[in-house]
Write a protein that binds this ligand. Structure first.
Ligand SMILES: Nc1ncnc2c1ncn2[C@@H]1O[C@H](COP(=O)(O)OP(=O)(O)OP(=O)(O)O)[C@@H](O)[C@H]1O
Length: 398
């Protein structure tokens, strides 16, 4: 019997998971200098000495997390064979959206013995959480490396960076050693710290620069060898994905995404080899995906305004003045059962924000001799993206 799946065979992918976000490469390519600096900073761990603090800086997708995971695994296996090294414990925590209390509490809970009850969410303060953290570190002993991802997002990072690195010299811990590894997208993070912390924090800084097209080609070729059936991906497709990502931000995640989506396009079209044209299509799809997310991030009323302009645009009624947009917006908001914003000024504020965010093009008009100046607006993206995204949002809300 033949069904919808019976004709499907995988002629392109040998192991698609190699192109997924969760895949951890066995080998890190094109980051020799960063790995060298990282090993140097970590070497004290092998001799049972207090680790250096390490801060990694760099924009998204430049390998900070991949390199850190790789270094931690390599260090863990080296520690096993070194007599002078203490037991090594690695802890990882993402600081985005967390308070200092939440972060310290999470660490305490990671360290507690499995039968102990978790540190309470309420009733105790950050000082109590630090006391418990120190007690647990000493209970376990050994060396603890704590990786704080997105450390610049932490609310009271000054306290963390004042307390933890000095825990031993201040006598809070005696039987354990602690090192901090901070990861941040923000190069000015260090400048934002208080003078007290800046003066006392001794750290090694490692900065990750954007990959160039050649480096991205090496990374992609290695992934492609594992991900695809032999001969299923043209070298020129790899070069194209590398070049497009290098032109943008030199982001390896983006380059890998282009390759994966390009291969999916080829597969859908029934082609057996991924080529440049598939990568071009992938770029359009990825860009559309990014725009959709950007639309979803807008407030409800900003989205109604975008939807209004998209509808005006489909009827050929753009560029439009804010008064016309307001009339359309009121109908759109009503249709969703929402109470529309009432003043023209609030619509104009939204329009100005949406223009700043790159959603709208704004034209300045003068009324000639009668004086006065006003603006007209139209979308700076395909109206179908706005309308489709809105439809999706409405459907998932139902
Ligand atoms: N040098 C490299 N060799 C192999 N794979 C890499 C390399 N650099 C990055 N990657 C891959 O690219 C993707 C993004 O890298 P990673 O998550 O390490 O970036 P990041 O700098 O931590 O970015 P973010 O701040 O966005 O988390 C991952 O899939 C990672 O495996």
């Amino acid at each position: 019997m033949s069904g919808p799946f019976s004709d499907l065979t995988d002629t392109i992918f040998a192991d698609k998971s190699v192109l997924s976000e969760s895949y951890q490469p066995e080998e890190i390519l094109e980051r020799d200098e960063e790995i060298e600096a990282f090993s140097h900073a970590l070497q004290d761990v092998l001799f049972g000495r207090e680790p250096e603090n390490i801060f990694l800086y760099g924009k998204a997708g430049l390998g900070k997390t991949a390199v850190t995971k790789y270094m931690m695994e390599e260090l863990e296996s080296e520690v096993e064979v070194r007599e002078a090294a203490d037991d090594l414990h690695v802890h990882e925590i993402n600081c985005n959206g967390k308070t200092l209390f939440m972060v310290v509490r999470r660490l305490v809970n990671d360290l507690l013995s499995p039968d102990a009850s978790p540190f309470p969410k309420r009733g105790l303060g950050t000082g109590d959480a630090f006391d418990e953290l120190y007690a647990q570190l000493d209970r376990l002993g050994g060396t603890h490396l704590i990786v704080f991802d997105e450390i610049d997002h932490l609310d009271d990072v000054d306290t963390l960076l004042y307390e933890l690195p000095r825990a031993r010299s201040n006598g809070h811990i005696t039987d354990s050693l602690v090192g901090i590894i901070g990861i941040s997208n923000n190069y000015t993070f260090r400048q934002s710290l208080s003078a007290k912390v800046k003066d006392t924090l001794m750290e090694t800084e490692i900065s990750f620069s954007p990959y160039d097209a050649g480096e991205l080609r090496t990374i992609l070729r290695d992934r492609a060898d594992r991900a695809f059936v032999d001969g299923a991906c043209d070298d020129s497709a790899i070069a194209k994905a590398a070049a497009l990502s290098a032109q943008d931000m030199g982001n390896a995640r983006q380059a890998i995404d282009l390759l994966r989506v390009g291969a999916e396009v080829a597969e859908r079209e029934g082609d057996e080899v991924v080529d440049d044209a598939h990568i071009e299509d992938a770029r359009t799809l990825v860009q559309r995906g990014r725009l959709r997310n950007k639309i979803r991030d807008q407030t409800e009323h900003a989205q109604y305004i975008l939807e209004t302009i998209a509808k005006l645009e489909e009827r050929g009624d753009v560029p439009a003045r804010s008064k016309e947009i307001q009339e359309g917006y009121e109908r759109v908001a009503d249709a969703y059962g929402a109470t529309p914003l009432t003043t023209l000024k609030s619509i104009q504020d939204h329009l100005s924000d949406l223009h700043m965010l790159g959603f709208l093009v704004r034209h300045e008009r003068n009324k000639g001799l009668s004086g006065g100046q006003y603006y007209e607006y139209e979308l700076d993206l395909d109206p179908s993206i706005v309308l489709e995204t809105r439809e999706d949002i409405v459907q998932t809300a139902d």
